[in-house]
Ligand binder design. Structure first.
Ligand SMILES: [Cu+2]
Length: 173
């Protein structure tokens, strides 16, 4: 019933009237002390939960992005970053790597730089920071002004992957 009220804003007057009656009836039933109607709303709420944007399983294409900051945001220093991927596993780089594991990678942030070409090894030097421990958050001091933040996935060999890079612009105040 809550779904009907909030989800469909264009109900006609007659619909609303009918809905009000249904609601009134439902409330009356609740008020009567009968515990029976209680379980009904629960499946509705559970059904609505997967609509949350964090776990999108509608595609099998791997993606990477910033949870924060958002593109165009004005933030203060130190700048806190949070990364997210879908259809890819973020995993610490093993101690010894003979060949990169399929479907696994780790985050890299490039400060004031663009995405590297696909197939390139991400340098272990400025302006790149590797998160070979599997980290999904980072905090760093940045001078005031406009900055470009690039988030790029590398496999166990730190090699860039097709489609797995994103760049945002932020302003540090
Ligand atoms: Cu790396």
């Amino acid at each position: 019933m809550l779904i009907l009220r909030t989800g469909r804003k264009r109900l006609t007057a007659s619909w609303m009237g009918g809905l009000a009656m249904v609601l009134a009836t439902g409330l009356a039933a609740c008020g009567g002390g009968a515990p029976a109607p209680e379980p009904e709303p629960e499946p509705i709420e559970e059904a609505a939960a997967p609509a949350a944007p964090m776990e999108d399983r509608s595609s099998t294409t791997p993606t990477v992005g910033f949870v924060s900051p958002t593109d165009g945001a004005t933030v203060s220093s130190p700048v806190s970053m949070e990364f997210i991927v879908s259809n890819l596993n973020i995993s610490p780089v093993p101690a010894e790597v003979e060949s990169p594991r399929e479907g696994m990678g780790h985050h890299h942030v490039g400060i004031d730089t663009e995405c590297l070409a696909v197939g390139e090894a991400i340098p272990k030097a400025d302006p790149w920071v590797h998160f070979g421990d599997g980290s999904k958050v980072f905090e760093t001091l940045l001078p005031a002004g406009q900055h470009t933040l690039t988030l790029q996935i590398g496999d166990d060999m730190h090699v860039t992957q097709d489609g797995l890079c994103t760049t945002i612009s932020i302003t540090v105040e």
